[in-house]
Write a protein that binds this ligand. Structure first.
Ligand code: ADP
Ligand code: MG
Length: 348
């Protein structure tokens, strides 16, 4: 492939020399002496490199470099200066030239110029190739992220379908106990669906913003478990905390179990009551997850008591999740009601 060179100099005899010399190494040299023509040709044709002389009829090469910049011309420039003009060379490099060559009468100049032209073109091609590769990497990453978001979207939608099937089944169940079991299963699956939904609705791909996730869970639970006529309220006190997907879903399951229990057992049927879901940092490493109520409290014979091995499914789920994300579940001693808490180890 021929390298196209635009040679800007008003020294015509030298231009012939340069043309002949570079022409030997498959360079196609176009010589212009008028800077305006040079600009026009750069805007309408493709050149691999510009060779620009410092001294021109009524301006300097530095003026032309400035115009290139103003016009967005990015063709690499090899700057040619008279001998012993280091300051000009420095200025040219600062103004965007890629290299410079000192002009003198000897053969030296021609071979130095040829080297500079070859190197500058090679560098520009490398840079271009790197830009293309970077762009390709960026595109591939975007595609992968879009696919992942799409996948989480589909998982969330499929799980939502499963929960609505369970809801239908619960509604047509003959026995209250069956209805309850299906209802609780539905809540558990909703907690998992919510995690996937939150993965595609933020731009973080693999982590979950816990504040919106938990508050959506809580309002779901309040409406599905207790019905609209219920006088039970779930309030949330949540810090902005981000967790990896697997930890987030464990927290979601724990909240679901504990809040479901509080809705079911804390207050006598039809009575008003408050349930509080708390997820707040205690220090840089840990956050306290708690579900609190002011209700009946765990009776001394209660299955949920720590250390009691004869437990309900809910307690077993909570225990294994709480062990995996922190120090396990503890029930704080209180005058009234139940305070279940887990110290969650935060990452990073
Ligand atoms: N917030 C609470 N207030 C009163 N009792 C509770 C509370 N949470 C749990 N319990 C008691 O602990 C028991 C075990 O709960 P759990 O393991 O979730 O099983 P299940 O909900 O299927 O009964 C419940 O049956 C209930 O007696
Ligand atoms: Mg339960």
């Amino acid at each position: 492939m021929d390298t196209r060179v635009l040679y800007i100099d008003d020294d015509v005899p030298l231009a012939h020399l340069v043309k002949r010399n570079l022409g030997r190494s498959s360079h196609d040299v176009v010589h212009v002496h008028d800077p305006n023509e040079a600009v026009e040709r750069l805007q309408s044709e493709t050149f691999d490199v510009v060779v620009l002389d410092h001294y021109l009829a009524n301006m300097t090469g530095l003026d032309i470099l400035r115009r290139f910049r103003e016009l967005g011309i990015v063709t690499p420039v090899v700057y040619v200066t008279g001998s012993s003009e280091a300051q000009i060379a420095v200025e040219a490099l600062k103004s965007g030239a890629s290299d410079y060559v000192i002009k003198n009468a000897s053969e030296d100049f021609l071979s130095l110029l040829a080297d500079a032209v070859v190197n500058t073109v090679a560098n520009a091609r490398l840079r271009k190739a790197k830009e293309l590769a970077d762009e390709e990497t960026r595109r591939a990453k975007e595609r992968a992220e879009a696919l992942l978001a799409e996948m989480n979207h589909r998982v969330a939608n499929s799980l939502a379908l499963v929960t609505s099937l369970l809801r239908l089944q619960a509604a047509s169940a003959q026995h209250e106990e069956t209805r309850q079991v299906l209802q609780e299963t539905q809540s558990r699956i909703s907690a998992i669906a919510g995690m996937h939904r939150s993965l595609y609705s933020n731009d973080k791909i693999s982590s979950v913003d816990m504040k919106p996730y938990i508050s959506a869970l809580a309002s779901d639970l309040a409406s599905t478990v207790s019905g609209p006529e219920s006088r039970l309220q779930i309030s949330c006190d949540l810090d902005d905390i981000e967790l990896a997907a697997d930890k987030a879903v464990s927290v979601g399951m724990i909240v679901t179990e504990l809040a479901t229990n509080a809705l079911k057992y804390a207050y006598p049927e039809g009575e008003p009551g408050e349930i509080r879901v708390v997820f707040k940092r205690v220090d840089g490493m840990n956050a306290r997850l708690a579900v609190e109520d002011d209700g009946a409290g765990l009776s001394s014979s209660s299955e949920a008591k720590p250390g009691n091995h004869k437990t309900g499914l809910g307690t077993r789920i909570v225990r294994s999740m709480a062990d995996s994300i922190g120090n396990g579940i503890t029930y704080a001693p209180t005058q009234r009601g139940t305070v279940a808490e887990v110290l969650v180890l935060l990452e990073g």
